[in-house]
Design a protein around this ligand. Structure first.
Ligand code: BJW
Ligand code: ZN
Length: 243
């Protein structure tokens, strides 16, 4: 049930920012990193999603990503992703920021997505930085090599690495200037993404969280929906149509 305060804010001229995390794709069948049914139980991202881990065991890290790529290529966006497409169409000033690398927002039809942690479909050479799509190289070797001889790695952001400057700068800017900030399906423990809702709140935004469990952010939020993103987000989209 949406509060009256939130309902009254759901006007087309309100500036809206949505930050999504792994939880929004959970109902599509993409495992999350942490939380109750946090998936990669065998692999802690803090151990595998680092450049050092890649250098010490490139094969293992590459194969983890290959496994996930295959899984992601077989799943579909869920009602939460689709509801955000409706919200993008409704609000005149709408920004979708995602920590996910699965491309499911784009697959659902979201036109503009700020990807903070890269995209699992792309690769880049660790030596010359060249970006390559999956089909542009032969994978006889694991990991495959670039024409310059350097190893290819997924074009995602690992711990200790800088986020793409344009993406994080835009994310900070729109978060500091918004009227409503939705944090959906993120444990809000990985920085700098976890700082965005705080910046929004400091800027006067109404902070809404959607998650199956309480997080680090819950105490700061104006409204917490404890439930599945695929069930709650459509209720927000429905309220917009009724506003
Ligand atoms: C549902 C649901 C359903 C389930 N419906 N909900 C400040 C303080 C402390 C540390 C740092 C700091 N600044 C930087 C750091 C270090 C570090 C960091 O944050 N560490 C913390 C863990 C302590 N950050 C970095 O290193 C970042 N870089 C950086 O800061 O650069 C500057 C710098 C460089 C060098 C030196 C110093 C500074 C980079 C972070 C990169 C994160 N990369 C990963 C991997 C990406 C590639 C890949 O996919 O393999 O990104 S890690 C992983 O975590 C992935 C995610 O995007 C990210 C966030 O996870 P997310 O999305 O929140 O998922 P979960 O699983 O944690 O949560 C899921 C949630 O969904 C749960 O809450 C569930 O309850 C919920 N849920 N089902 C709704 N159906
Ligand atoms: Zn190269």
């Amino acid at each position: 049930m949406l509060s009256q305060a939130l309902k009254s804010l759901l006007r087309p001229d309100k500036r809206v920012v949505v930050l999504t995390g792994a939880g929004i794709s959970a109902e599509s069948g993409v495992p999350t990193f942490r939380g109750e049914d946090g998936l990669w139980k065998k692999f802690r991202p803090e151990e595998l999603a680092t450049f050092d881990a890649f250098i010490s065991n490139p094969q293992l890290v590459w194969e983890w990503y290959e496994y996930r790529r295959k899984l992601i290529s077989e799943v579909k966006p869920n009602p939460a992703h689709h509801s955000l497409v409706k919200m993008e169409e409704y609000f005149e000033n709408f920004h979708l920021i995602t920590q996910n690398v699965d491309g499911l927002h784009q697959k659902a039809g979201s036109k503009k997505v700020i990807e903070l942690h890269g995209n699992i479909k792309r690769n880049k050479c660790i030596k010359c930085g060249r970006e390559l799509e999956e089909l542009e190289f032969s994978s006889k070797e694991i990991p495959p090599k670039c024409t310059c001889g350097g190893m290819l790695r997924p074009d995602v952001v690992w711990f200790g690495e800088m986020l793409p400057a344009q993406a994080i700068n835009e994310a900070y800017k729109v978060s500091s200037l918004c009227d409503i900030f939705f944090s959906i399906g993120t444990s809000a423990v990985v920085y700098p993404a976890a700082h965005l809702p705080v910046v929004a709140k400091q800027g006067g935004a109404y902070l809404v969280e959607i998650n199956i469990e309480r997080t680090e952010l819950s105490d700061l939020a104006d409204e917490v929906f404890l439930g599945k993103a695929g069930e709650i987000t459509p209720q927000i989209a429905k309220a917009i149509r009724e506003a």
